[in-house]
Write a protein that binds this ligand. Structure first.
Ligand SMILES: N[C@@H](CCC(=O)N[C@@H](CS)C(=O)NCC(=O)O)C(=O)O
Length: 224
């Protein structure tokens, strides 16, 4: 039996969705973010030293972390040919690329934007406020926003070539990519001006397994 250590409003939602797609039995241990800091509780560190979500544990004592590695491992071990293109095909290359791109590239500027948005609105002495705002504006204008726009344009272009990220078939790469695309919609400026990405999100959200994962996981704040 697999156990998903699930933090509310987090990347572990993807793992629940994966397991629902594969119709695998699993248990959930729920963790709640600190409402002030948004950090995971210390109890998650007892499961994996970094204390980040997702972590999946197995009955034989494995603790798997990193959402991309979890998705790849679960599909390899339990997928029985589902959710991954056949080895050696062009789709398999794309599948691997997007599995890595989601966390390796797409999430970095989105996370930085979240941090700098919070700095702009954080409580601080009045004399520090203009300095903090100027630094945040500089970081966003010079680096963060151009990178988000570049990524969104790239993803929009790729989804003009095929319905799903790895090709014509839905795959684990789409599960992995759903989180940055949802985050981009929630806080990265993704809107109707990029119709391919918006249609992709609609297809994702219409999947029965996605809906079942939401029911099991509880409220998921990235759905704006
Ligand atoms: N690259 C990692 C990121 C893991 C991560 O940062 N998870 C966030 C939730 S989305 C987390 O646990 N945040 C709470 C904390 O840092 O305490 C992955 O994809 O699994």
């Amino acid at each position: 039996m697999l156990t998903v250590h699930h933090l509310n409003n987090s990347r572990s939602q993807r793992v629940l969705w994966l397991l629902e797609e594969l119709e695998l039995p699993y248990e959930i241990v729920h963790y709640q973010r600190d409402p002030q800091t948004m950090l995971a509780p210390a109890s998650l560190r007892a499961v994996h030293p970094l204390g980040k979500s997702p972590v999946v544990t197995t009955d034989d004592g494995l603790a798997l972390a990193e959402s991309g590695a979890i998705i790849e491992t679960v599909i390899e071990r339990f997928g029985q040919g589902r959710l991954a293109p056949a080895a050696g095909t062009p789709e398999a290359l794309r599948y691997r690329y997007w599995l890595h791109f989601a966390e390796g590239s797409a999430m970095s500027p989105l996370l930085l934007k979240l941090v700098f948005d919070r700095i702009e609105t954080a409580k601080m002495p009045f004399f520090a406020k203009p300095i903090a705002k100027a630094i945040a504006a500089k970081a966003k204008g010079a680096f963060i926003n151009p990178n988000i726009v570049g990524h969104l344009n790239f993803m929009e272009g790729e989804l003009s070539k095929s319905e799903w990220f790895a090709g014509d078939e839905f795959s684990g790469a789409d599960i992995q990519m759903s989180f940055p695309v949802e985050a981009a919609q929630a806080r990265g400026g993704l809107d109707a001006k990029r119709p391919k990405l918006m249609a992709y999100l609609e297809r994702v959200h219409a999947r029965p397994a996605y809906k079942r994962a939401l029911e099991r996981g509880g409220p998921y704040g990235l759905l704006s």
